[in-house]
Design a protein around this ligand. Structure first.
Ligand SMILES: Cc1cc2nc3c(=O)[nH]c(=O)nc-3n(C[C@H](O)[C@H](O)[C@H](O)COP(=O)(O)OP(=O)(O)OC[C@H]3O[C@@H](n4cnc5c(N)ncnc54)[C@H](O)[C@@H]3O)c2cc1C
Length: 475
């Protein structure tokens, strides 16, 4: 097999295509091939919300926003997970984040800054999932630059010669094994997003085992840890596999089973629902989850502290009008399937929920009273009542949705340095091997605490770094 000026990338998701485009922009003379196990490009990136997290971009500067400097961002990350971040990696990532945004814009991606969130930027477009917008732009550019896409080809192992990566082996659709020679390989296989519950069972700490719901895997067949396994077999270091992501926003039914049909999103902030624990009391400021700049999952943390597996979201017509998520869930049949309970009266809703109507009334009227009084914040938990969409829950029909904490992914992965070179057990780069995106153990969080938008920014930042460095290793 001849590796003549060839770079091979595993995975046609956000990071793989960013790497391919960056590689050919810096080295138009090389051949870049992406092997993709699915029949089309996109990966998890295409089904993601599309939020990117960045500081010091021209979009933010145009708004004269305070608190979006690199130093502010650095403090924010360190504050969330003190003592865990690798400073050199974090600094590189933050420094590169505005360049990543500008680079996406230069490829034709129309991005807007989200007015509620200082650090968040999304692809423009109403009702279109943002992540697919990113992948289409990257794919178009990759095709124009001459990237070769080899679909339905699953990478299974790396080929090494005298310590250097010289290619990979893959299985084609018909089960035939093929060898692809390369002077460098970039692993962009998406980590463990599609791995399913079996992958994490052993990593869940004992105190959480009773509380969290194991995900069946996303409605997508993607990253199943192939990159990590291949890299490990080639001597790479894998870290933080026990750092799992907990998300407290999923529909569950009366038996506590997860609905994987739709991503529920933050019903309470978009739709301004209120959330109640199983004793029908508000127990956490609903703004804590995915709102403003804290963005840690305060609700998941609260549930864990209380050792409760699920909670209620209570919504009314206005909440439904506020967010497409609930309308989409209704259209998809979640009322019929028992994930959404509804009634024209609170009495009827309480009957559906099998709870005391007096207690339900009490919780809702206590909350509604703060609106009647014209308060800025509720006196129990400090929710911002002037926030866009916030309203009294008093317009039928009413809805009740159980939500639980889901664990579906790990933040851990392949250890790399700030040039996206994969490191071995002694922290030395493995020649010819690079990594980007969710496969990489880069910006570190602790599971309950993480910042929205880092996944996609990781794809673009590390995809570009890996692409350029791997291309320069091709002689
Ligand atoms: C519902 C949802 C919403 C999200 N929203 C956001 C958000 O708004 N902002 C944010 O920052 N992050 C978000 N994320 C996380 C973000 O989408 C991911 O971190 C990011 O897309 C990962 O990109 P990637 O390129 O690493 O992986 P992917 O996009 O999954 O690409 C990996 C590709 O590799 C392929 N592959 C895997 N194994 C092999 C193999 N052995 N051989 C060949 N190909 C292989 C896969 O099929 C896939 O196409 C969200 C995730 C989900 C699930």
């Amino acid at each position: 097999m001849s590796s003549n000026k060839r770079l091979v990338i595993v995975g046609a998701g956000g990071s793989g295509m960013a790497a391919a485009v960056a590689a050919l922009q810096s080295r138009p003379d090389i051949e870049v091939t992406i092997v993709e196990r699915n029949c089309s490009f996109g990966g998890v990136t295409a089904i993601s919300t599309g939020t990117l997290r960045a500081c010091e971009t021209s979009l933010q500067k145009a708004q004269a926003l305070a608190g979006v400097t690199l130093a502010d961002s650095l403090l924010q990350y360190l504050d969330i997970t003190p003592g865990r971040q690798d400073l050199a990696m974090l600094q590189t990532y933050l420094e590169q984040s505005p360049r990543a945004i500008e680079w996406l814009q230069s490829l034709g991606c129309r991005l807007v800054w989200l007015s509620d969130f200082r650090h968040q930027i999304v692809p423009e477009g109403k009702g279109v999932p943002g992540g697919s917008g990113l992948t289409i732009v990257l794919h178009n550019k990759a095709i124009r630059l001459g990237v070769r896409f080899r679909y339905e080809t699953r990478a299974i192992s790396l080929v090494q010669k005298e310590g250097k990566i010289v290619g990979l082996e893959a299985l084609e659709k018909d089960g035939e094994k093929v060898s692809l020679a390369a002077e460098a390989v970039i692993l962009c296989d998406g980590g463990f997003w599609g791995a399913g519950k079996g992958a994490f069972t052993n990593n869940i700490p004992a105190h959480l085992k009773e509380v969290v719901i194991l995900d069946e895997g996303y409605f997508y067949e993607g990253g199943a840890g192939d990159g990590a396994r291949m890299a490990q077999a080639a001597g790479a270091s894998i870290e933080d596999m026990d750092v799992l992501t907990y998300v407290s926003q999923q529909y569950v039914d009366a038996k506590g089973r997860l609905c994987n049909k739709v991503g529920s999103g933050s019903l309470w902030s978009d739709g301004a629902a209120i959330i109640l624990n199983q004793n029908l009391q508000r127990f956490v400021n609903e703004d804590l989850c995915f709102a403003k700049e804290s963005l840690t999952d305060g609700i998941a943390s609260e549930l864990v502290n209380r050792h409760e597996k699920w909670f209620w979201n209570i919504l009314d017509l206005q909440s439904k009008n506020n967010t497409y998520r609930i309308r989409q869930a209704i259209e998809q049949g979640l009322i019929e399937e028992g994930f959404i309970l509804t009634s024209d009266t609170l009495e009827g809703l309480a009957a559906e929920m099998k709870v005391s109507v007096d207690q339900l009334h009490l919780a809702i009227s206590r909350y509604n009273r703060y609106f009647e009084q014209g308060l800025e914040k509720d006196l129990d938990l400090g929710r911002d009542l002037k926030r866009k969409g916030a309203h009294a829950i008093n317009t039928p029909p009413y809805f009740a949705i159980r939500s639980g904490i889901k664990v579906g992914n790990t933040r851990g992965g392949i250890v790399a340095d700030h040039q996206a070179r994969v490191l071995d057990q002694h922290k030395n780069p493995i020649p010819g091997l690079y990594v980007a995106g969710s496969s990489m153990d880069c910006v570190k969080f602790d599971g309950m605490k993480w910042l929205n938008g880092t996944g996609l920014t990781n794809c673009v930042v590390w995809g570009r770094i890996a692409g350029e460095n791997a291309a320069s290793a091709v002689t």
